[in-house]
Design a protein around this ligand. Structure first.
Ligand code: ADP
Ligand code: MG
Length: 243
């Protein structure tokens, strides 16, 4: 079976217009994320976490190297096919929820289906709405919800197309610890019960400890891979690297 995501020697140099580019944000990174994995990406600010996520998701084109989502190599696709791949096979959860305030929760959740011009799978959508526990609120607007509830809606939206992988960039960053923990449990349920693949960026050791595997980044490289680490170990690893 192919992996959910594969990066082979990916380098990304951000080049502002007219600039020759500085140090690579990603420096020769190779990574395989198997299907059904719950992977956390840790590292200090500026270590390349978001760039890794954006390259893995086809939001950003690598300067060098190759990226596959399932058995599709992104770099080989034309722009329209790449857009379709992003819409149908990748889900995103952001720190700031990014729901559309004028749409109801139901409309927010099903927006990716409308963008992808597919009706979606009713049974799957029902299961997702059940999972996030907001079935009674579907006709409300995001502004009527707490931050934690909005993030649950964002998770449901990310899953609407039943993507190959859900990418979450600091999904608990705007939430208090208890509410953040509920979002992490939700992500964990999706992996365990629905076989989803989740890649989550976080700088919070207790959030990363909820993942199965953790990669630690520094200076655009993966400098460590840890299997089922606990929060104290991650704190120690990051503390050691910050010095
Ligand atoms: P992280 O998410 O770990 O904080 P990023 O991937 O956002 O790190 O950034 C890695 C490096 O690339 C940083 O030095 C950052 O300043 C730089 N960078 C990120 N995005 C851009 C961009 N669009 N243009 C120029 N430099 C960027
Ligand atoms: Mg970032």
């Amino acid at each position: 079976m192919t992996a959910a995501i594969r990066l082979e020697q990916v380098t990304k140099i951000h080049r502002p217009k007219g600039d020759r580019g500085g140090a690579p944000a990603l420096d020769d990174v190779s990574l395989t994320v198997p299907r059904g994995a719950f992977l956390a990406v840790m590292g200090r600010s500026g270590s390349g976490k978001s760039t890794l996520l954006h390259c893995a998701a086809g939001l950003d084109a690598p300067t060098r190297g190759r990226v596959w989502i399932g058995d599709t190599e992104i770099g080989r696709l034309r722009e329209t096919a790449r857009t379709r791949l992003r819409r149908e096979r990748v889900g995103f959860v952001f720190q700031a929820y990014n729901l559309i305030p004028s749409l109801t929760l139901e409309e927010n959740i099903t927006l990716p289906l409308r963008l992808a011009e597919t009706p979606g799978d009713e049974t799957w959508l029902g299961a997702i709405v059940d999972r996030v526990g907001l079935g009674d609120f579907l006709s409300r607007k995001p502004g009527e919800l707490s931050g934690g509830q909005q993030q649950r809606v964002a998770v449901a939206r990310a899953l609407a197309t039943r993507p190959d992988v859900v990418f979450a960039d600091e999904p608990t960053g705007a939430l208090d610890p208890a509410t953040g923990d509920q979002i992490l449990s939700l992500l964990d349920d999706l992996v365990r019960d629905l076989g989803q693949t989740v890649v989550m960026v976080t700088h919070d050791p207790s959030a990363a400890a909820r993942a199965h595997d953790v990669v630690v980044m520094e200076g655009g490289r993966i400098v460590q891979v840890l299997h089922s680490p606990d929060a104290p170990l991650l704190t120690a690893v990051l503390g050691g690297r910050a010095r």
